[in-house]
Design a protein around this ligand. Structure first.
Ligand SMILES: [Zn+2]
Length: 160
């Protein structure tokens, strides 16, 4: 078991394989600013816009839960289920800046009982499954770390 498996994204082109700051890749209309995920080319989805091009763009790494559910049964192929099957949660996370809702698996070990609508989530990477040569990487939503970079607001605090 000393071999190093090569990391490959389970879906090419949907997210950056950056362990510290994985980011979803969407598309954006250069004319009206409408965002799309998954990324694609072609016509702008806005019925009010006549643009026929979409450009790749990086999306927010954080959002809030719009809805969620839990998969208690293994989905059919091509989904590769862990054996034995482990239930997992799915969350639809709203990216405020883009006005998009992005569906994704929730990080391993976090189930529906741990989630709430409005909860802040951030994008992380997880291993979906492995074969003899590869480790297949999938993006997951994980509860966002408490805002450690932002100072805790105190009542009557002097700084703003
Ligand atoms: Zn447009």
């Amino acid at each position: 078991m000393s071999e190093t498996l090569s990391r490959v994204p389970i879906i090419e082109g949907w997210f950056t394989d950056d362990i510290d700051a994985p980011t979803l890749i969407g598309s954006k209309c250069p004319a009206c600013g409408t965002y799309v995920f998954p990324p694609r080319t072609g016509d702008c989805p806005s019925p009010l816009c006549e643009s026929t091009t979409l450009e790749p763009t990086l999306l927010s790494r954080r959002g809030t839960i719009w809805s969620y559910t839990e998969n208690r049964y293994a989905p059919p192929p091509p989904y590769v289920a862990a054996d034995p099957y482990q239930p997992y949660a799915l969350a639809a996370v709203e990216l405020a800046a883009e006005g998009l809702v992005v569906l994704g698996r929730v990080a391993t070990g976090i189930l529906a009982a741990d989630l709430k609508v409005g909860m802040e989530m951030q994008l992380e990477l997880d291993v979906s499954h492995r074969d003899d040569e590869h480790e297949y990487i999938v993006y997951v939503w994980a509860p966002a770390a408490p805002a450690s970079t932002a100072p805790v607001a105190s009542a009557g605090g002097g700084r703003s």
